[in-house]
Structures are given as C-alpha cells and as structure tokens.
Design a protein around this ligand. Structure first.
Ligand SMILES: Nc1ncnc2c1ncn2[C@@H]1O[C@H](COP(=O)(O)OP(=O)(O)OP(=O)(O)O)[C@@H](O)[C@H]1O
Length: 462
C-alpha cells in the first residue's frame, strides 16, 4: 500500500469509528460532509469544514475524539487542524485544540443537529441513494418486512397503508425505508417523496409554530406521494407534533399517498402517544424486523466486505457472525475494525486477525453474557426464584421462563445443548432443544413474547 493510501485509510478509519459512535443524524450532519488531508507521516490531519459555525462545532464536539482515535490507530500522537473550505479564497487555517465545549455555540436539542442545514423550501427528499433493496440482504429476520416494503414501492397508495415497521436498533428499518423511496423514484422520477426522522418533524413543527408558517408546512407535508418517517416513538409527549402528524396522516391517506413508519416497538407498545394516532399506525400493516439469524449475518458480512473491495473468507465471516449477534450496525462496526486492522498491519483477513481486531468487543461479551447471568436476568424479569431455573418444578409460571432462559442461553452464549442442559439442573439436551425450538417458533407469532425477548436481550447485552 502506498503512503498516500495509508494516510487516506487513517482518515477513513476515524470516520468509520465515528459512524459507530454517533447517532446517524449526528454523523450525517457533521462528519459525513467533511473532507480531510492526512500528512504522509500521519502526524497531522487537516479537516476541511464548510463554514465558521461548523468549524466551531466540530472543534468543540469532535476534534479531541478524532485526535484520540487517530492516535490509537496510528500509534503516535496526531495533531488535528481545522480549516474552512473557501469558495474562492485560499484555505484559512484555524488552531484547533483544546477541545473544550463551547456552551454558547449550540445546545443539543432535538433537531438542532440538522438545523443549520435546513433547506429553505424543504423540498429535498433526503434519501440516501446507497440504501436500496439491492444492498439489503434478505433473511428470515426481515423477509416479511422486505416483501411488504417492495409491494409498497411498486404500488404505493394501495395495500398496507400505512406500513409500520418495528424492531430493535440497527436492524435495517431505516435502510428499508430508503429502499422504498429510492425504488419509487427509480420508477417514477416525478414522485414527491420525503424521508424524515421523527425528531426533524418535531423541529419542523416547532419552526412552523415560531415563524407562523403552518401553511407552508402543510403544503409541504400534505402534498407528498410518499412519506417515510423514522422512529415515531420520538413523538411521545409532543402534543402539538402529534396533532400535526395526525393532520398530515389523514390528508395523505385521503389522497392515497403512502406512509411508511418505523419505531422501536409495535404501535400498542408506544407510550405517551395519543390513542387515535396509535390506532391509525396499526390500521395498515404492522411488521417486525428481527435480529438477523446466523446465515444472514454471514451473508451481510461477506457482501459488505465486497462493497469495501475486500474478500472475507466464509470461515472468518462465520466467526464474526457467531460473536456479533445483536444487530447489523454492530456487524458493520466489527467489519470496519477488521478491514482497518488488516490494512494498517498489512495482513490478510483471517480468524486470528479478526480475533485481534475485535479483542475489546469479544472480551466485553464474554464478560457479560454467561448462562448464570441469563438465568438471573430472566428469573428477575419474570419474578421467579433463580433456584427455579434448576429445579424440577413444572408449573407453567416457572417452566416457561426456564424455557426462555434456555433459548437465550443458546442464542447468546457459545455453550452446547448438553452444556446448557447441565447448567439447568442436569436436564437432557433434548429438553433444551425442545425449549429452543418452541420459543424461537413462538417468537415469530407472538408479538408480546418477541417484545419481552427484545428487552431481555438488550438487558443482557448491556
Ligand atoms: N439486511 C441488511 N442487509 C444489509 N445491510 C443492512 C441490513 N440490515 C441493516 N443493514 C445496515 O445496517 C445499518 C443499520 O441499519 P439501519 O440504520 O437501517 O437500522 P435501524 O433499524 O433503522 O436502526 P435505528 O433504530 O438505530 O435507526 C445500516 O448501515 C444498514 O444499511
């Protein structure tokens, strides 16, 4: 690899790491638009920023973190410089450190992150062209949601309106929404499509309220053919927003425009959202996206590595997929670490390399998820005694949590069925297998059980 390539990958690795650490909105607003120049000896990174406001913000919020990351990756101190990219005049340099926060710059309030960039007419569709059906790997975890989304993209305004997609973090809900928008635009370039995060909708309502521009607001939202709105759980407790969303919702449905929504929970699980809205959310089709199963995780890793121009042997993908189970965003993070580690050390991708690159992540997991921990957490959750996990008692109030704990032990640890059986009071491996099959089958059917398992998984993963 040339010195230039190594320098460029140092910046890319920092960007990748920030993508993992920040919310998507923060990342897209502040980090994605940056460009940078890295000195050949990796001692200095000059980051180019569009204007003074952004420069101050990046300096206060991110410069120190970037310096840390770059230092860790390159193994030497790295100085971060910020410069405004001029339209006509030459680049002006600004000193960077120390990275102290500047209270007068901007406070983190919902929607504030994107406030400076708000387009006047607001007619940008905000779609990310990379997020298409082609790049979304299909598996049993997302099959139904994907099929419904495809249908909507092909014939919007008909079946499944609204389409409500829910699931845990990083499982591809946002991706799927963008895919719907991109497909519709590919078929009908003149379609009016808007992707918006619920927080941004809240801040649009606040702005319309402050500036008395509700007519424009209505004109903008009520004229859409397709509204894609992400993370509607953020509407909780925002009465005015809920009212405006209700109006937009009714107007759009009346003119047969389509609405696709996502949330971290199913409609009835939403809290502090008016009943009339919740019942409308549930009036089309509600589908879940589950955490991807092993084969799907393997396929995602191999595909994403290819997109990055790298080849990930199947056994390595399997090793990573076995160990990184929670969601696709974490899988992507693990992949980035492995690719960066392989580039910096100029080594081929192997299981050994993956183990080294993911050292921190693997040790945290091993520390946190043990069968004992699962038994205790599940017992606490269902309010039974931990001892009941090993006892021979069979009433349903005990047997079911025990089966759930067995299922989670299989899902979240590396233990074999006989080992799990042993840890549950010396039960036979067929008993464990029965529990695993039963719970995983019911999970597909029963929303409430699925929701409980989500909570338990999130709790155990810390
Ligand atoms: N099935 C998949 N195939 C390929 N990439 C995927 C898949 N599912 C998710 N991803 C990728 O994983 C990352 C996280 O997905 P996404 O942002 O859509 O998650 P999300 O469910 O909206 O999460 P959050 O609730 O945190 O916003 C994205 O980069 C997305 O492209």
């Amino acid at each position: 690899m040339s010195t230039e390539d190594i320098a460029a990958s140092l910046w890319q690795a920092c960007v990748d790491q920030l993508a993992q650490e920040l919310s998507e909105q923060q990342f897209n607003t502040w980090i994605k638009p940056l460009s940078a120049q890295v000195a050949d000896d990796l001692s200095r990174i000059t980051i180019f920023v569009a204007n003074r406001f952004k420069l101050d913000w990046i300096r206060a919020q991110y410069a120190a973190r970037i310096a840390d990351m770059a230092g860790n990756l390159s193994g030497q101190p790295v100085i971060i410089e910020l410069a405004i990219t001029p339209r006509e005049t030459p680049v002006r340099m600004a000193p960077v450190m120390p990275a102290v926060s500047e209270p007068d710059v901007l406070r983190e309030v919902p929607g504030a992150a994107s406030a400076p960039e708000e387009p006047a007419g607001g007619l940008k569709n905000r779609l990310n062209a990379q997020l298409t059906f082609d790049t979304l790997v299909e598996g049993s975890a997302n099959r139904m949601a994907r099929a419904a989304a495809m249908h909507v993209a092909g014939t919007p305004g008909h079946l499944y309106n609204p389409l409500f997609i829910y699931g845990g973090v990083g499982l591809g809900k946002t991706h799927l929404m963008h895919a719907v928008g991109n497909k519709l635009l590919a078929d009908r370039a003149d379609a009016k499509v808007l992707y918006i995060h619920a927080e941004q909708f809240v801040s649009d309502v606040v702005k319309a309220y402050q500036r008395k521009t509700f007519d424009e607001f209505k004109e903008r939202y009520h004229s859409l053919d397709l509204l894609l709105i992400d993370d509607v759980q953020f509407f909780a407790n925002k009465d005015r927003t809920q009212e405006e969303f209700f109006n937009a919702f009714e107007a759009l449905l009346a003119k047969k425009s389509h609405i696709v929504m996502t949330s971290d929970t199913y409609p009835k699980g939403l809290t502090d959202i008016h009943e009339r809205l919740v019942s409308r959310f549930d009036s089309g089709l509600t589908v879940a996206i589950e955490p991807p199963e092993l084969e799907m995780r393997v396929a995602i890793l191999i595909n994403k590595a290819l997109v990055e121009g790298a080849e990930m042997p199947e056994e390595v993908a399997f090793f990573v997929a076995k160990n990184v189970r929670s969601n696709v965003r974490e899988l992507e993070g693990a992949l980035r670490k492995i690719l960066a580690y392989s580039r910096f050390n100029q080594k081929e991708i192997s299981i050994q390399l993956a183990r080294e690159a993911l050292r921190d992540l693997l040790s945290i997991q091993n520390r946190q998820i043990s069968v004992e921990n699962i038994q205790k957490t599940v017992a606490d959750y269902y309010k039974i005694k931990v001892a009941d996990m090993y006892s021979k008692k069979r009433p349903a109030s005990i047997a079911r949590p025990r089966q759930i704990a067995m299922y989670l032990a299989k899902e979240l640890t590396q233990k074999s069925l006989p080992e799990i059986g042993e840890l549950f009071g010396g039960r036979d491996h067929t008993t464990v297998l029965h529990a695993v099959r039963k719970i995983s089958g019911e999970r597909q059917q029963l929303t409430e059980l699925n929701q409980q398992l989500h909570v338990l998984e999130q709790t155990l993963k810390g």
